[in-house]
Design a protein around this ligand. Structure first.
Ligand code: PLP
Length: 394
């Protein structure tokens, strides 16, 4: 009695690992969690206060479907200032989190059977979101020698007359890699030649390290700007995961269509959230810089520790707050008579034996890996890595 589309959808693995770890913690076990995909910092106070003020002022009624004009203006200004792209407020829609931005964008552009190219590894929700709109995920396995970034040849070989879009995620979850301007130019040229959309997920834009810079593919030229569906939001950069505030910038037709969908689905994100988001963008608080600095310290510590661990390898992370660790050398080993033969069995045994929670790479399409998040305290990171090291040695 259920939808055929739904039968092929799996629940989010990242959220379920976090739930299991939390359950074990509630049972009294001392579990260290490397699973979470959200900043461990509180939403900065000036943003929380703006939310409270919105309630006190009675700004608690319906807002325009595409979001309040002042917030769309602030985003338009942000895109000009930070990303060097001109999007008018009519080319921007506010959604209930970046996840909702992506799913609404897919509803706006996909017909049943359309193909959406997804480079592997991918963020866990992309394939399921594609299937939910009756489109078909076309996976492209990227290669280690390219730091697991999709190349022009790989992209070209996946394009068919049914291709509607490609997913691009930079800085990347789970890899932490960043696409350079040259690499983006290659993708943009192909997208323009073949007339396909680029769904550019830039949610980790503010978390870049080593003096690297984030480039938005839409900023390269006006033709690729027309084909880009730029996704961003406040969850990661402003530690606002629970507020649910994402946004999309694209050409007017895509944004108008997304507005029509949103008008029948959620109407708009919470008015309180929108006013808090406006304050977040209008003030330039040092807290935001401090959060990134703290992530950077943890990243450097983690990389140093992983470098010195035998039998594992990792992708050097330049952005976001994850390290993708190759654990395939552990395959074939036994722990208490149980065989490690996949990222899932590795993660299960690590949780059981060492009380460390990680996300199995299979959630991102690569079973040889696990993902460690450093959105947790330095103390937890030290203890968790000690346990991981002892587990691998054993
Ligand atoms: N895109 C990527 C790559 C993510 O990692 C996440 C969150 O984990 C999202 C989008 C969703 O963000 P939001 O919480 O704003 O829906």
């Amino acid at each position: 009695m259920l939808s055929d589309y739904i039968k092929n959808i799996t629940p989010s693995a990242t959220l379920s690992v976090t739930a299991t770890a939390n359950q074990l913690k509630a049972e009294g076990l001392d579990v260290i969690t490397f699973g979470v995909g959200e900043p461990d910092f509180d939403t900065p106070e000036y943003i929380r206060e703006a939310g409270i003020r919105a309630i006190q002022k009675g700004l608690t009624k319906y807002t325009p479907v595409n979001g309040i004009l002042s917030l769309r203006e602030a985003i338009s200004e942000k895109l000009r200032r930070d990303n060097n792209i001109d999007y008018s407020p009519e080319e921007i829609i506010i959604n209930s989190g970046a996840k909702h931005s992506i799913s609404t964008a897919l509803q706006a552009i996909c017909n049943p059977g359309d193909e959406i190219i997804i480079p592997i590894p991918y963020w866990v929700s992309y394939p399921e979101m594609v299937k939910l709109v009756g489109a078909v995920p076309i996976f492209v396995q990227t290669q280690k020698e390219n730091n697991f970034k999709i190349t022009g040849e790989e992209l070209l070989s996946a394009i068919t007359p049914k291709t509607k879009a490609i997913f691009l995620n930079t800085p990347n979850n789970p890899l932490g890699t960043i696409y350079s301007k040259n690499e983006l130019e290659t993708i943009a040229n192909i997208a323009i030649e073949k007339q396909i959309y680029v769904i550019s997920d830039e949610i980790y834009e503010k978390m870049v390290y080593d003096g690297k810079k984030h480039t938005s593919i839409a900023s390269l030229n006006s033709e690729i700007r027309e084909l880009t569906i730029l996704i961003n939001g406040m969850s990661k950069s402003y530690a606002m995961t629970g507020w649910r505030l994402g946004y999309t910038a694209s050409n007017r037709t895509v944004i108008k269509t997304m507005g029509t969908i949103q008008s029948h689905a959620t109407s708009h994100p919470s008015s309180i959230t929108q006013y808090a988001g406006l304050a977040a963008l209008q003030e330039h608080s040092p807290v935001l810089y401090e959060m990134t600095e703290e992530f950077n310290k943890r990243r450097l510590y983690m990389v140093e520790r992983l470098k010195n661990m035998a039998n594992i390898d990792y992708i050097y992370p330049e952005g976001a707050f994850y390290v993708f660790v190759d654990i395939s050398k552990a395959f074939g080993a036994k722990v208490n008579e149980r065989l490690i033969d996949s990222s899932v069995s590795f993660a299960e045994l690590l949780l059981e034996k060492a009380h460390v929670a990680v996300i199995p790479g299979t959630a991102f399409g690569m079973d040889n890996f696990i993902r460690l998040s450093y959105a947790t305290s330095m103390e937890n990171i030290k203890e968790g890595l000690d346990r991981l090291e002892a587990f691998i040695k054993s």
